[in-house]
Design a protein around this ligand. Sequence first.
Ligand code: SAH
Length: 205
Amino acid sequence: MKLKQLEITLQRLAGFSLPQPALEQYLTPAPLAARLLHHALMRGDIGGKSVCDLGCGTGILAIGAALCGAADVIGVEVDPRAAAVAEANADLVGADVEFIAAGIDDPALHRLIGVRDTVVMNPPFGAQKVHADRPFIDFALEIAPVTWGIFNAGSLSFLRAYIQSRAVIDEMTGGRFPIRRTFSFHTKDVQEIEVEVLRIVRGDA
Ligand code: SAH
């Protein structure tokens, strides 16, 4: 699927109906999701691959990966309501994705997911709960040799240090993430935050 067509298709997906601040439920905007996936596709990380989206929310990255030709896609989401929206979204655009409503700390997950080729994720940034992104990084590195993730701008040096003996960051692109007024503590209607899209490659890959 071409980049523009992917973006237009992802634009049709529903977002969170009742976003929960504690879970940092922010929908990745379609242009950013499409760009990440298209880039990952060009790098050979999506087409024909087994993919997992950790903290998939309403499914935009998982569904996009399926539309880009992934062989098999699983989305994991702790909030069952968001997972239900993700299911409906996948049906809407005819994407074949298996959604699992579970937290990434669920001990049954490893058995359900197995080993994957690629993780795509926009995890919580840790704005509400410090270091909330760490278990996502750990889990991603355990299950897949390659991870594409969206992180808060300025995370690069922390992430490099955090994954030091396990993986390297071999590509970084910047991006913007317009956040619409979602929660009562937001003071502007739309606020732009800077993000970093990183390709993280495990040492054995
Ligand atoms: N990946 C989606 C959502 C990003 S927001 C997108 O790109 O649009 C982060 C998501 O992580 C939210 O949906 C939130 O509910 C989920 N989440 C937070 N903690 C989680 C956990 N422990 N396990 C699984 N999902 C979690």
